[in-house]
Write a protein of this length. Structure first.
Length: 317
């Protein structure tokens, strides 16, 4: 992928109307020979906009404009190279639980959750958060965090959060949610200007830190079947993932689908449009939204939603 095109695409398709500052940064990088030359000293997978912007924010905070951003990058290339080489985005957005909740709550209870690509495990705690669907509140009233999610259309907003009897995550490089540096890194990955999302992330980290979900180190291709077999047998097993499949090759995505399809489990995916072509192919033309993620159950799309859980639109099935 051409790096300049990558940053232009990020500006137009992801940051526009969401983070004007990151839109400015991405467009600046796309035409900046010096910054592009720095990025080309890194492996292609490490050149992504979210990683560069998160690394700069982690080291120095949010820069005021592209001029300040560029000056920092040019003068701190070695620091950035070391950080970007050793870290990955692993954005752990607990707001996505607001998208998962209507599906999870509709399953036969209790449920057992196995998340692949779990990062710090924040999405393994849908029963510990509170949600606001256009004024309809769901979840424990004493939760320190409430995730707002605008329902569009006939979203089956549940009366209560699901009953989770068992939960486990797997990740190539799990993050320790009790480590303050984990919180610092995850906060750095929140886009500039989105202070409310960052505040909710910190609150979710406090929730998780009080009773951390187990997240083990492992490859989802080799571990999913074994871990699924370890789940409690008297609960509906759910194998789920969100914004994970782009980190796999197309061949490995197909391998994972084959693996999960053979399990006695409900497969729940929340990925960008086109990431899993078989799911995208089941969407009608009027239902396609290039900036939305697709929520699917067992490969069947059931909703479109904001990548960070700000809104959800249920599909007619």
């Amino acid at each position: 992928m051409d790096t300049a095109d990558w940053y232009r695409g990020f500006a137009h398709q992801e940051a526009r109307d969401v983070s004007p500052l990151y839109e400015e940064f991405a467009l600046g990088v796309a035409k900046d020979a010096d910054v592009l030359a720095f990025l080309h000293t890194l492996p292609e997978a490490k050149r992504q906009p979210n990683l560069l912007f998160g690394a700069v924010k982690y080291l120095t905070g949010v820069m005021s404009d592209y001029g300040a951003f560029r000056a920092f990058v040019v003068s701190h290339m070695e620091d950035l190279r070391q950080l970007m080489s050793s870290r990955s985005t692993q954005t752990n957005e607990p707001g996505r639980c607001a998208v998962l909740l209507p599906l999870l709550a509709a399953l036969t209870q209790p449920i057992a959750l196995l998340e692949v690509g779990a990062s710090a495990g924040l999405c393994l705690l849908p029963d510990r958060y509170r949600y606001d669907y256009g004024g309809r509140r769901v979840g424990p009233a004493d939760s320190p965090v409430t995730f707002p999610c605008e329902p569009r259309g006939s979203v089956p907003v549940p009366e209560a959060v699901p009953e989770v009897a068992w939960r486990l995550g797997v990740d190539l490089r799990p993050l320790d949610v009790t480590d303050p540096d984990t919180g610092r890194w995850l906060s750095a990955l929140v886009w500039a200007g989105d202070t409310e999302r960052e505040d909710r992330l910190r609150a979710a980290i406090r929730v998780a830190s009080s009773d951390p979900p187990a997240v083990i180190s492992g490859d989802l291709l080799s571990e999913t079947t074994t871990l699924a077999a370890s789940a409690t047998s008297d609960a509906t097993l759910v194998v789920f993932h969100s914004a994970v499949m782009p980190y796999l090759s197309r061949e490995d995505r197909a391998r994972f689908i084959d693996i999960v399809s053979q399990l006695p489990a409900v497969w729940v995916s929340f990925e960008g449009l086109g990431v899993l072509p078989g799911i995208g192919a089941r969407l009608g033309g009027s239902e396609r939204d290039e900036r939305a993620f697709v929520l699917a159950r067992d490969g069947q799309p059931i909703a479109l939603a904001s990548p960070h859980g700000r809104w959800i639109r249920w599909l007619d099935t």
